[in-house]
Design a protein around this ligand. Structure first.
Ligand SMILES: *Cc1c(COP(=O)(O)O)cnc(C)c1O
Length: 216
């Protein structure tokens, strides 16, 4: 299967309101260019420097999403161009993003990562922490940040009921608070679980290997 036919398969099988982020981490420029030529414009990377290099080399109408865990000291390398940061899980990171966004005279869109998996290794806030953060005075001083929604990663398991339950829990929470905070985006679902994520309310899926093949 080619990159363009993989993309087409996914695009025709997901609803129109769901945005496909093509996760191109570790993949060469040529692979991204191939997806671009097939019409894809939204790409996700998990390392800031790799994303910055790819941004330099590729067409400027690509929307770059940072989906990985963030190191604050590297935020500056993407602040001028990043379109959406998915995985914010600390207030201090938001402060750094705000500072760098201000330097570039722009507002940076972010999603708060919520921990939904049972595994200890997954990062993220719990629901109360999200609400406390969004209502805090400290948060309201961050004028160059726009929190547009939530992101979650389900447990890595074959148990579809568990994965479904985890996605559903985040969807319920998202719908409780989305009006109050003007949210537009619920980012959940990867190659192995995006159909379940969409069934459970996802509006944005992050798909890598199902488009580009396995990573080495
Ligand atoms: C790598 C990655 C993906 C894509 O994973 P695939 O299984 O290749 O689709 C999605 N989200 C995050 C946060 C990732 O790190």
């Amino acid at each position: 299967m080619s990159i363009s036919s993989n993309l087409k398969n996914i695009q025709t099988n997901i609803p129109k309101h769901v945005t496909l982020v093509a996760v191109s981490k570790t993949k060469p420029i040529s692979a991204i260019q191939e997806a671009y030529d097939a019409g894809q414009r939204v790409f996700g990377e998990n390392k800031i420097q790799e994303m910055a290099e790819k941004h330099e080399a590729l067409p400027k109408d690509i929307q770059w999403h940072m989906i990985g865990h963030l190191q604050s000291n590297k935020v500056k390398y993407m602040a001028g161009f990043v379109d959406l940061i998915h995985g914010v899980d600390k207030f201090s990171t938001l402060k750094e993003i705000n500072k760098q966004a201000l330097k570039h005279n722009r507002t940076i869109n972010c999603l708060l990562q919520v921990k939904i998996a049972q595994e200890d290794s997954k990062f993220g806030f719990n629901q109360q922490e999200v609400i406390d953060l969004l209502n805090s005075d400290d948060f309201k001083t961050l004028e160059n940040i726009n929190i547009t929604g939530l992101m979650g990663m389900a447990s890595f398991t074959e148990n579809n009921d568990q994965v479904s339950n985890e996605f559903n829990g985040l969807d319920l929470f998202y719908n409780q608070i989305k009006e109050q905070f003007s949210f537009t985006t619920l980012s959940m679902g990867m190659s192995g679980d995006y159909p379940l994520a969409i069934e459970n309310g996802s509006t944005m899926i992050r798909v890598g290997s199902a488009i580009f093949g396995h990573r080495h």
